[in-house]
Design a protein around this ligand. Sequence first.
Ligand code: ADE
Ligand code: ZN
Length: 334
Amino acid sequence: MADLEEFVRSMPKCELHLHIEGTLEPELKFRLAARNGVELPYRTVEEARAAYDFHDLTSFLVGYYQGMSVLVTEPDFYELAYAYFERAAAEGVKHAEIFFDPQGHTSRGVEFATVIKGLRRAQLDARRVLGLHSQLIMCFLRDFQAEYAMATLLESLPYKDWITGVGLDSDERGNPPEKFAAVFARARAEGYLLTMHCDVDQENSVEHIRQCLEDIGVDRIDHGVNILENPALVEEVRRRGLGVTVCPVSNRFVTDGTKSAELKRLLDAGVRVTVNSDDPAYFTAYVTENLLTVQRELDLDPKQLVALQRNAIEASWAPPAVRQAFLDELATLG
Ligand code: ADE
Ligand code: ZN
C-alpha cells in the first residue's frame, strides 16, 4: 500500500481538467486582496477555508466567482498561474491543459489582454524553469448570453496562437450546449478544439452529453459520467476515442460521492477516461490526491494507474513531441 502510494506520487502526470482560477489558494487570495485594496468576506485564511463547505455546483460557483475579485493586474494572473505550475511540477505533472474564464474578469472590467498576457508569461516561465508544458483552453460562462460568448471568442482571435481550444463551464441548469451551437461552430472554424462541461447529476445531463456529441461535435467531454445512463453514447465516445475528464474529489463536493465506480465502468468499457483536479484550491485536492483517492476506492494496481495516464496523454491536445516524451516516460514504468 505504501509502495502504491509512492508509485502514484512519483509517476508522470497529465492534467486535463483544471480551472486556473480554481487554484487560487487562500494565502495568495489575501496577498492579492491587500495589494489591490479588495475587501474579502473573511478575516483569516482559516476562516476562508472554513467557508469552503460546498454542497452543489451553485454554492461552489458563488465562492469561486467571489474569489476572482482579487485578480486585477497582469502580474496577478502571472502569480496565480505560476504558483499552480510550481505545485503541479512538484507533483510530477508534465503536461497540463488549463481552463481560464475570461468573462469572469471582463465582466468586472479587467481586460482580456491583461488576463491572457499574465497566463502566457507564466506558461513560458514554467516550460523554461520547471520543464512543465501547458496549453490554454478558454471557457465561456454558460449562464451568460450566447452573444457575450461570441464577443469573447472574437476578442480572443488576436491571441489565437496562445489558445488551443474552447470549453463551456459555470451553471449548467437551463444552459444546454445547444445554446452555444453557433459560438462553437465559429470556434471550430477558427481552428480551436472543442470541449464542454457536462457536470455530474445535472438536470438533463444525458441530453446535454448527447448534444455535445451529436450536435456540437466536441473533441472531449468534461465530467460526463452520466453518459453511463445511455450505453449507445458510451459506445460512441469509445469509438471516437474521446477523452472524458473525471474529477473525483470535486464530485464529492458537488454531488453525492467521487463517482469512482462510474470511472471504473468507463475504464473497463475502453473509454479514454482520465483523473483530474478541477478546482483544487477549493476542493483541497490536487491531481495526486485525486489519483490516490481513486486508487484507494477502486484498489487500482500500477497497470491501471499507468492506463489512466496513458488515456490522459492520448486524449490530450499536446503536440506530438510532448506526447511522445510522456509516453516514453510511462513506458519505463511497465
Ligand atoms: N467553473 C469552475 N469549475 C467548474 C465546474 N466544475 N463546473 C462548472 N463550472 C466550473
Ligand atoms: Zn470544471
